[in-house]
Design a protein around this ligand. Structure first.
Ligand code: SF4
Length: 226
């Protein structure tokens, strides 16, 4: 993907703001990778990319960020990847490059999984770099508090992983955003309430969080049935 140069000059970037980490300051939403290796039954990435993932190199990413800063004064970046941590080594090297650069950046991404964040928390150096990189928020798709539903939707993670992530991240100044879904085929009221209780558990354990609920729509139900 490295050869693909983005013609930023074609758009007046100053007319747009993506994240608003710093009120009134320029920001941008960019994508550093394509696809995802996982197989969640409700996700459009699976038929689009067939469980494949590829991403820009760390050098290429740093070049883009420095260019966006020098030409447009942008220091706030929202990495709108589906799974920015699709290559764990690339992600930790990116964090290290950002931390070493000493640049005053603010970062956020929705492209995280609970198991990947848990792996990150076990690596002290990576966590140190995460904070030094200017990371302000991470979004995790929890989807359901029911082990049976997680299995049906092939999320390939557990409720316990999510609980541990929340516990470990509570000591870091990073806003955690947890995304939940409801209305899965065959989901019982009790299972939906398990999801709600998981949300309630987060609220009690940590105050730096945002909970989002999405109801499943027809397209996703059809995917499940096939
Ligand atoms: S991990 Fe996220 S991006 Fe990947 S298939 Fe599941 S929902 Fe989609």
């Amino acid at each position: 993907m490295n050869f693909l140069k983005i013609p930023y000059h074609l758009v007046n970037l100053r007319d747009y703001t993506a994240v608003g980490f710093r009120q009134g300051k320029p920001s941008i939403s960019i994508v550093t990778s394509r696809g995802c290796q996982f197989r969640c039954t409700f996700c459009s990435m699976v038929p689009l990319y067939h469980q494949s993932w590829r991403g820009y190199s760390v050098d290429r990413l740093m070049e883009d960020l420095v260019e966006l800063e020098s030409k447009y004064g942008i220091k706030d970046f929202f990495f709108n990847d589906d799974l920015i941590i699709g290559d764990f080594k690339r992600f930790t090297e990116f964090l290290e490059a950002l931390a070493k650069s000493g640049r005053d950046y603010n970062l956020g991404t929705p492209g995280m999984r609970g198991d990947a964040v848990l792996r990150l928390t076990k690596d002290e150096k990576a966590m140190d770099n995460l904070i030094k990189s200017g990371c302000k928020n991470l979004d995790i798709g929890v989807e359901s508090g029911s082990p049976r539903i997680l299995k049906i939707i092939k999320k390939d993670t557990t409720v316990d992983v999510i609980r541990r992530v929340n516990q470990k991240m509570s000591k870091y100044p990073v806003i955690m955003k947890y995304n939940f879904m409801g209305g899965f085929p065959t989901e019982t009221e009790e299972e939906f309430l398990d999801t709600m209780s998981l949300g309630e558990y987060y609220k009690k354990k940590i105050n730096m969080l945002l909970l989002r609920f999405t109801s499943l729509h027809q397209f996703q139900i059809l995917r499940y049935l096939h």
